[in-house]
Design a protein around this ligand. Structure first.
Ligand code: FES
Length: 82
């Protein structure tokens, strides 16, 4: 689906930009060109950024668990190195 009609930028391209670290409309524009002409697509880009942010926030308990597991693996590594 086209998000930016001026430059023919799709939702897939914008999601890829967000996945690669773009965390503001300006950064998505820099990466994809979307929003660099009339600007009518900027609210949709902002909405996609907000959805991505919400998804990350909802995953945080798993991320916390993942960090805990990584810390535990570090401890195991320390014990085997000694
Ligand atoms: S629709 Fe994206 S800049 Fe015009």
């Amino acid at each position: 689906m086209y998000v930016c009609c001026c430059l023919g930028v799709t939702d897939r391209t914008i999601r890829t930009a967000i996945r690669n670290g773009a965390c503001s409309v300006e950064e998505v524009t820099r990466c994809s060109g979307a929003g660099s002409r009339c600007g009518a697509c900027k609210p949709e880009i902002q909405s996609m950024l907000s959805q991505a942010s919400d998804a990350i926030t909802s995953m945080s308990p798993h991320r916390h668990l993942s960090m805990h597991v990584e810390a535990s693996l570090d401890e195991v590594g320390d014990r085997t190195a000694a």
